[in-house]
Write a protein that binds this ligand. Structure first.
Ligand code: BG6
Length: 505
């Protein structure tokens, strides 16, 4: 069958991408490799004359920055590093220090002008704020003071990318959104959530709205419940300084999981335009039922990993990881149950769970359909209900469990799985990394895959309710699960008390 091209990705206009916090984990693992892949030979989606400028606190020679960027790209790039392509990319790679000081922004201005002159490119600028939420306020204000933010209607663009977490609670998220809007126009702000750049998450729209079969079944009439599991095998690693102040609810649920849930549950947007999709998603959050303090115990579970196994090797528990405060109350696992109080989803529970140090890195959405009536085949023994599994990662794709008759003279029913794997259907290496997709969209000025300010605030509202309930330790005690397991017993109880069970992703 023919493919239908709905939108073709164009090469982005030439620009300079300034990475604030260029020596941080995100820049190393994701941003630099993604930018390299966009420039790399054959792709050419980012013009070769574009530049990448690292901006951080400490002094570093440009050559040292280029050298470490090369090491990071070797380790983390999707495409193998080609010597010629690297040389061309590295020529556009520069570095300055001074992120922690107003004078640094004066230096930044001069540096940008010098780069643009030398490379013959217009002052199109992307400022990627890969810095902690508390530092966003100062950076944005300093950009403004230094005259580094162009008028939104100007010929050349200024775009600011804000990494998650946007704030650490509702109040700070509101504050950050306010600061952003005081200094920038909404059209210049890109709040990033890398889950929206993942192929399968984007495919949710296609699955739902390019296939009549699913959309007709999508809702309370046919769906028993929905589960979203985002499991990670990694522990806290080297990120204790950030993670111990955040925890699984803030780190994963407030952003990635609620974004995924909104795409899964939203009504059909009136068009594929960014604003239409953002509005449809926001409507889901507006209908999301808050978890009240008195429900916190039956609707939420929090826990942290104890010692156990990862990949067959012994690993320490969270409290023994380096950099974790002795009195830490940070959860590395959360499970919760919520509802979307609108006509489509009325009464359908949505179960969510996410955690670190689980048995594998595996994220899936499960849409469990209702049982067939207790007549015909479903009379004496229970016929398993249909299950649609959308695999976000790894082995991206989806499968549908249906019942079939086993060939033979006896009437034997067996569940069979119809499976689509992206890799075997579309070939290996077809999927760009989420950051490649999203960085390109920023350069193109396309907001479709970026959360709106309102969405961020609404999702914090929901999460804040849970955080407030958890302040009282006795209300929802902190559980523990052995590293390498699917979470604490309480998470099993949460879903089992409704007569259901978690599916393994
Ligand atoms: C990040 C979180 O946003 O997402 C990390 O801060 C988490 O804690 C990561 O490990 C998971 O992303 P992915 O793409 O590996 O599923």
């Amino acid at each position: 069958m023919e493919s239908l091209t709905i939108q073709k990705t164009q090469a982005a206009p030439p620009c300079t991408v300034v990475i604030f916090g260029a020596s941080g984990d995100l820049a190393k693992r994701k941003l630099i490799p993604a930018l390299y892949n966009l420039v790399a030979c054959g792709q050419g989606l980012m013009p070769a004359e574009s530049a990448v400028l690292g901006f951080a606190r400490r002094e570093l020679k440009v050559d040292e920055f280029r050298k470490s960027a090369r090491d990071w790209t070797n380790r983390f790039s999707r495409l193998k590093v080609d010597e010629g392509c690297w040389q061309s990319f590295a020529e556009g790679l520069d570095y300055i220090s001074g992120l922690d000081h107003p004078d640094g922004f004066i230096k930044l201005k001069a540096k940008l002008e010098a780069i643009e002159k030398a490379r013959g490119i217009p002052p199109n600028r992307v400022y990627y704020l890969s810095i902690p939420p508390d530092a966003v306020r100062d950076s944005v204000a300093r950009l403004k003071q230094a005259g580094l933010i162009a008028d939104p209607k100007a010929k050349n663009f200024t775009r600011v990318v804000v990494e998650k977490p946007i704030g650490h609670d509702l109040a700070s998220a509101l504050d950050i959104n306010r600061i952003l809007l005081e200094n920038l126009d909404e059209s210049q702000i890109f709040r990033i959530d890398h889950y929206l750049g993942k192929e399968t998450v984007q495919n949710l729209l296609v699955l739902r709205f390019a296939n009549n079969i699913f959309e007709r079944l999508w809702g309370a009439r046919n769906v028993d419940h929905v589960q979203i599991t985002v499991a990670e095998a990694e522990g806290v690693g080297t990120r204790a300084a950030y993670y111990d102040g955040a925890g699984a609810l803030r780190d994963m649920v407030q952003n990635h999981i609620l974004q995924t849930l909104a795409l899964l549950a939203m009504e059909a947007p009136v068009s594929l335009h960014a604003n239409a999709i953002r509005e449809a998603k926001l409507n889901v959050l507006q209908a999301l039922r808050p978890i009240l303090p008195e429900q916190a115990r039956s609707h939420t579970v929090r826990a942290r990993y104890g010692a156990g196994l990862s990949d067959g090797k012994p690993v320490v528990g969270y409290m023994d990881e380096q950099g974790i405060a002795d009195n830490s109350r940070t959860e590395t696992f959360v499970a919760l149950k919520t509802y979307i109080d609108n006509w489509r989803w009325s009464g359908v529970p949505f179960y969510i769970r996410t955690g670190k140090r689980m048995p594998s890195r595996a994220s899936s959405i499960f849409v469990q359909f209702k049982d067939v009536p207790q007549i015909l085949f479903n009379r004496e023994s229970k016929v398993p209900a249909n299950l649609l599994t959308i695999r976000i990662q790894p082995d991206e794709g989806f499968s549908f469990d249906v019942m079939a008759k086993r060939p033979g003279l006896d009437l034997v029913l067996r569940p069979v799985t119809m499976n689509l794997s992206y890799e075997s259907t579309f070939g290996d290496g077809a999927s760009p990394d989420a950051y490649e997709r999203l960085l390109l969209d920023v350069m193109d000025g396309d907001h479709t895959l970026f959360p709106s300010g309102q969405f961020v605030e609404k999702s914090w509202e929901f999460v804040q309710g849970v955080l407030d309930s958890w302040k009282d330790d006795s209300r929802v005690p902190m559980g523990e699960y052995p590293a390498g397991s699917w979470g604490p017993k309480e998470a099993e109880d949460l879903i089992r008390s409704d007569g259901r069970a978690w599916h393994e992703p």
